[in-house]
Ligand binder design. Structure first.
Ligand code: NAP
Ligand code: NAG
Ligand code: NAG
Length: 334
């Protein structure tokens, strides 16, 4: 009995030590990736969708630190202003009282609801009037496995926000990106694209709704969109790349119900195994700012390195068909 108890205690202690060491190694990896060059993004304007939370917020913080002018495109002004206030305070603290505190970027909040084509159009109209240039567009906002919902325009919510809203946004900002070249577009997808398919016969999931499938489908659409856009942008000095961030502790799981009793365990597992938002944002930051990827386009990245795609994500005919149908759906057919 005593032996069994001692063994259980030892196992628990070993497990706890192992978890802590995982965290420690994780945070070391994070520091290794921190690009130290303040001023790298000085004079550059970056638009980040969904920048008030999770990966978008961490990406905004780092690009600000690198000197960028960051526009946060967010659906909820109050949440966005709160996040912006925090980011400004963190930046001021990091800079310290020194008068020559390096390049401190500038932060602007704008309303953008990707579940409304009207909102996307209004946002772009204002941005095009106010901003003389746009150097980086980061299509980051996303919604994950929500119950069946439709956007203002009647699209299935995950396909509508993750793909179609960003499709129209990118289309409307492409002229400004081209006139600001060399410029970059960064698309945040997910490894879960593997479980999706572009089922052209039911893009709004009116016949049946499977929330996991629809998330995966929207993330596959992000990759196909990137590859088709890269093809169309050849020779313009506007590049577009797509990434998966890994599994990251953010608010993305808000629609996932975890039973009350399982929550402590889930917190422990996510603390031990999930990346922090800053760790998860490293590939977005890298693709947005690193000189290493100057001129690189149409590629898929994870942990700041190029990765291979499944054949279904490289299918050019599906990519073209998705592009054409997306143009019809958002109403921009020439
Ligand atoms: N976390 C992960 O493990 C993981 C893994 C793979 C891929 N990703 C991808 O990473 C991206 C960022 O997600 P996250 O993990 O940082 O989640 P998050 O913390 O939930 O952030 C998502 C952001 O998207 C915004 N958003 C949602 N619907 C929107 C709409 N209709 N219009 C405008 N903005 C909208 C949210 O705004 P509100 O705060 O107002 O809701 C929030 O700012 C997503 O594209 C996601 O698919 C995440
Ligand atoms: C829903 O979609 C996922 C991913 O495509 C699949 O693994 C799962 O079996 C589907 N569920 C149902 C009930 O069809
Ligand atoms: C792209 O950049 C190269 C190198 O800076 C330049 O020579 C070329 O004119 C640019 N092309 C366009 C279309 O801007």
């Amino acid at each position: 009995m005593a032996v069994a108890t001692a063994a259980a205690l030892l196992a628990a202690l070993g497990g706890a030590l192992w978890l802590v060491s995982r965290r420690f190694v994780g945070s070391r990896a994070q520091r290794l990736h921190e690009h130290g060059d303040p001023g790298l993004m000085h004079g550059k304007t970056v638009l980040i969708t969904g920048a008030n939370s999770g990966l978008g917020r961490a990406t905004a913080a780092e690009l600000l630190r690198l000197g960028a002018r960051v526009i946060m495109g967010c659906r909820d002004r109050a949440r966005a202003e709160e996040a912006a206030g925090q980011l400004r305070r963190e930046l001021a603290q990091a800079a310290g009282p020194a008068p020559d505190a390096g390049w401190a970027g500038e932060l602007i909040v704008k309303e953008l609801d990707l579940a409304s084509l009207r909102s996307v159009r209004a946002f772009c109209q204002e941005l095009l009037q106010e901003e003389p240039r746009l150097d980086v567009l980061i299509n980051n906002a996303g919604i994950f496995q929500c119950p069946y919902m439709k956007t203002e325009d009647g699209f299935e919510m995950q396909f509508g926000v993750n793909h179609l809203g960003h499709f129209l946004l990118t289309h409307l900002l492409l002229g400004l990106l081209k006139s600001s070249a060399p410029s970059r577009i960064v698309v945040v997808s997910s490894k879960l694209y593997k479980y999706g398919d572009i089922n052209f016969e039911d893009l709004n999931s009116e016949q049946s709704y499977n929330k996991s499938f629809c998330y995966s489908r929207s993330k596959l659409a992000n990759i196909l969109f990137t590859r088709e856009l890269a093809r169309r942008l050849e020779g313009t000095n506007v590049t577009v790349n797509v990434l998966h961030p890994g599994v990251v502790r953010t608010n993305l799981g808000r629609h996932i119900h975890i039973p009350l009793l399982a929550r402590p365990l889930f917190s422990l597992v996510s603390w031990a195994f999930f990346k922090s938002p800053l760790e998860g944002a490293q590939t977005s930051i890298y693709l947005a700012s690193s000189p290493e990827v100057e001129g690189v386009s149409g590629r898929y990245f994870g942990d700041c390195k190029e990765e291979e795609l499944l054949p279904k994500a490289m299918d050019e005919s599906v990519a073209r068909k998705l592009w054409d149908i997306s143009e019809v759906m958002v109403g921009i057919l020439k």
